[in-house]
Write a protein that binds this ligand. Structure first.
Ligand code: AMP
Length: 349
């Protein structure tokens, strides 16, 4: 086992490649954009579309194991690769995570609470579903939504304009019941090839404009709630026959109970804090899992806050560097567009 293929060239692939290098693994990135954040720190890049069979075959040929850094990798591409090399996490995890309706059903089948929901295929279906939820709900595209994109919140019956279905593109959607949560938390967990599961401590997440702003650890959760999050993560990992790191997002209700929102079959933004506050980061944990090495127990040595550096926040880097106990991590992106994740900083309490 020497070379790891990573599909996707963003910052998550970059941090996976850096963690892999520390354990003497080589990495090859498959990504259509050359000089992408991941390829800047990897050994090689296959410049090809994610569904380009010639590119995928070249990657499989050169690697011992293949992973991915985003959940919209075409399932057909992962299945194509899996015919010749191990692909971790398993393609089934992509299939579940790519469609919010499939995902919610799967989570419920694992015995985990989710928001109530209706699959929506037209304006009439939307109106019926909203009526069922008393006019309140969150409408999301079933596929290809991220960072709050492709979403609309209905706060009451007055919010339903005649063209609401078409406003979001007229594509298949899901209407979720509106969850009056007290806070949002996530847990990063890993499963090894032999089925061992290890969890990091839950993080409390604050979003701004639909994008993660900060993750704080420890989250303000009772021991029972934290244990429920761990058990839920383990149930999901076992049901998927999963190998690698997963992120699971939850809403916390005022009574401390948890409602799962979504799963991310990859390393997760709300786990970046682990590189500063744990001996082994989520990135190394993922590399260990997919290469058959022992997992870390996820122990945390410090309390911390991770903050994303979005767009012009990149200008604050000199100030962050001057701050004691702050670890700055930048992604090698040259252009700071609004809403673009340029880096993050984690400071220890
Ligand atoms: P998502 O793309 O599913 O992660 O949603 C983005 C953000 O929208 C979440 O982090 C929540 O803050 C909010 N949100 C999503 N779904 C719901 C819901 N069913 N009820 C209330 N807020 C939600």
């Amino acid at each position: 086992m020497r070379t790891i293929g990573i599909i996707g060239g963003g910052q998550l692939g970059r941090m996976l490649a850096m963690a892999a290098a520390r354990l003497n693994f080589r990495t090859i990135i498959l990504e259509p954009q050359s000089d992408c954040p991941a390829a800047q720190v990897a050994n090689d890049q296959v410049v090809a579309a994610y569904d380009d069979e010639a590119g995928l075959a070249a990657l499989a040929q050169a690697c011992d194991v293949i992973t991915y850094e985003f959940e919209n990798v075409p399932v057909s591409a992962a299945e194509f690769l899996a015919r010749s090399k191990p692909v971790y996490p398993p393609p089934k995890a992509l299939e579940v995570a790519q469609d919010r309706v499939t995902e919610k059903r799967f989570i419920q089948d694992c015995g985990i609470e989710t928001a109530r929901f209706h699959a929506i295929d037209d304006q009439a279906g939307l109106e019926a579903a909203l009526t069922d939820f008393g006019g309140r709900g969150v409408l999301k595209t079933r596929r290809l939504g991220y960072d709050g994109k492709g979403q609309k919140v209905f706060r009451g019956p007055q919010d339903l304009p005649a063209g609401a279905f078409n406003e979001l593109g007229g594509v298949p959607m899901i209407l979720e019941s509106f969850i009056a949560f007290e806070r949002e938390v996530s847990i990063i967990a890993a499963r090894a090839i032999d089925g061992t599961v290890s969890c990091f401590d839950p993080a409390e997440n604050i979003h701004r404009n639909g994008i993660l702003h900060t993750s704080t650890v420890p989250a303000a959760l009772g021991a029972h709630t934290a244990e429920t999050a761990r058990r839920a993560a383990k149930a999901l990992l076992d049901a998927l026959g999963y190998v690698g790191v997963i992120g699971v997002e939850f809403f916390v209700l005022p009574d401390g109970s948890l409602v799962a929102n979504e799963i991310a079959p990859r390393v997760h933004n709300s786990g970046h804090w682990t590189e500063a506050a744990c001996v082994v980061s989520q990135f190394e944990q993922h590399i260990r899992a997919i290469t058959g090495l022992p997992l870390s127990n996820g122990a945390r040595h410090s309390d911390c806050v991770m903050q994303n550096l979005i767009g012009d926040d990149i200008n604050d880097v000199p100030a962050w560097l001057a701050r004691p106990h702050a670890l700055v991590h930048l992604y090698g992106k040259t252009e700071a567009r609004p809403g673009r994740k340029m880096g993050h900083v984690t400071w220890l309490a």
